[in-house]
Unconditional design. Structure first.
Length: 309
């Protein structure tokens, strides 16, 4: 961790030098479009849908990349310094980027979407991480973030106000449609089997939205490590409740969930790995889960097919 912090400190120095070199301003396309950077795939998808052709949007974290552990590169700092607006998740999700974001906020618009959401709608966690950062897994809450994105873009680029408003309304309607589909899928699961077990606690908001019980082997951050006792406790729970399936995550190595499966098998019960869920990152370009709404559909259907009768 000390090495990581030293590396981040060096990047901050690079960032400061870059900002000084460009006078604290942002680079812009010759056509005058806003230059926007978004960290996670979910946020980048939302920004692209709201901005449309009125802005140039760069997504930082691609498929399979874990934002909890991601350490920014010197190239990332350059990308940030050239942006007009930066959107990130906040709530300590991008833990290694916090100091860089604070530095960038001195010279440009930087918005931590999770930190702007109503606290009463956030799930609490512990003293170190007061709120669960995975708010996008509740589409109703994610729509509030879309509204924040819309309003930020309007303030930064008032000439395209009508474009941002129209695009945001269209995108939120698409989210509503995906939300309704997810509700239909979860309804296929018997009430006593509506338990989703994953590698880490990324689906608390999803569980709250759709009436599921959620268990993660690790905590809300993949920085935490699961021990033998954690694996055994979760295996005991699965056997006791006769849970038919557990799930891997696209941005977390499958080894921990496979260890749970082996511990369950050792007790004479068979639990299958019901498929791959997308939690902290979207899917590859050709995958259904390459978009936010596609991710909602995929996750709900995967749960229903594995847990339903």
């Amino acid at each position: 961790m000390r090495t990581v912090n030293m590396w981040i400190g060096n990047l901050l120095v690079v960032g400061i030098m870059l900002l000084a070199a460009c006078g604290g301003g942002a680079a812009a396309e010759e056509d005058g479009r806003l230059q926007i950077v978004a960290t996670t795939g979910q946020i980048a998808d939302a920004v692209r849908n709201v901005a449309g052709e009125a802005a140039d949007v760069t997504g930082l974290l691609g498929p399979g990349i874990d934002p909890h552990l991601y350490v920014p590169t010197e190239g990332n700092v350059t990308t940030f310094s050239e942006a007009d607006v930066i959107f990130y998740n906040g709530l300590h999700l991008e833990a290694q980027m916090a100091r860089i974001m604070e530095q960038m906020a001195q010279s440009k618009v930087v918005v931590a979407l999770g930190d702007e959401l109503p606290e009463a709608q956030l799930l609490t966690w512990d003293a170190n991480t007061p709120y669960d950062p995975h708010f996008w897994n509740d589409p109703a809450l994610f729509k509030t973030a879309v509204e924040i994105i819309r309003d930020t873009l309007i303030e930064a680029d008032p000439a395209n106000t009508a474009v941002y408003r129209e695009n945001a309304e269209k995108y939120m309607a698409e989210i509503d449609t995906a939300d309704a589909y997810a509700q239909e899928q979860i309804a296929r699961i018997p009430a006593d089997k509506r338990v989703m077990i994953t590698a880490h606690d990324a689906f608390g908001y999803f569980a709250r939205r759709y009436g599921l019980e959620e268990r993660g082997l690790q905590g809300i951050s993949t920085e935490s490590e699961a021990g033998t006792q954690d694996v055994q406790a979760l295996a005991d729970f699965i056997v006791e409740r006769q849970i038919p399936a557990i799930f891997i995550e696209s941005s977390v190595p499958p080894g921990t969930i496979e260890a749970v499966q082996a511990a369950v098998r050792a007790q004479g019960f068979e639990v299958v790995i019901g498929g791959e869920l997308f939690s902290d990152a979207l899917g590859e370009e050709e995958h259904e889960a390459a978009t936010y709404t596609g991710m909602l559909r995929h996750n709900a259907r995967t749960l229903a097919e594995a847990l339903g009768e």
